[in-house]
Design a protein around this ligand. Structure first.
Ligand code: AMP
Ligand code: ZN
Length: 112
């Protein structure tokens, strides 16, 4: 656990969140400032800041997180489709330096 990391605190239950899924290595909860009708965040329990810190083990973990999203998306109201986004770095809009996958859906999403 990383000091002062908001997502580590959510993983540890120190900050409340609206969780829709949890397993041994990841959690999925609702984004506090949704940018689509459904906006979830899939977060690994292990702290690392971003894609720039991937190694083989973390890439495999990310693969299992994608599998989890694919398997459970229907239960989360996303059967019609969804969009995944990972912001890498401040220039891309990353504000929380704990890797997370945005899951957006529940509506037709604009593309442009
Ligand atoms: P990013 O800008 O890609 O780093 O995404 C961070 C996301 O975390 C933003 O969409 C925020 O709305 C969301 N967020 C920040 N704090 C919380 C929180 N306590 N609970 C849920 N979502 C949060
Ligand atoms: Zn963290």
């Amino acid at each position: 656990m990383m000091e002062n990391c908001v997502f580590c605190k959510i993983v540890a239950g120190e900050i409340p969140s609206s969780k829709v899924y949890e397993d041994e290595e990841a959690v999925v909860f609702r984004d506090i400032e949704p940018k689509a009708k459904i906006h979830l965040l899939c977060v690994p329990k292990q702290h690392f800041s971003s894609l720039s810190e991937l190694n083989a083990a973390r890439a495999a973990l990310l693969g299992r997180m994608l599998e989890t999203i694919g398997r459970h998306s229907g239960e989360w109201g996303l059967a019609e489709g969804y969009r995944l986004i990972v912001n890498q770095g401040a220039a891309a809009g990353q504000t929380v330096p704990h890797l997370h996958i945005h899951i957006l859906g529940g509506q037709t999403l604009p593309w442009e």
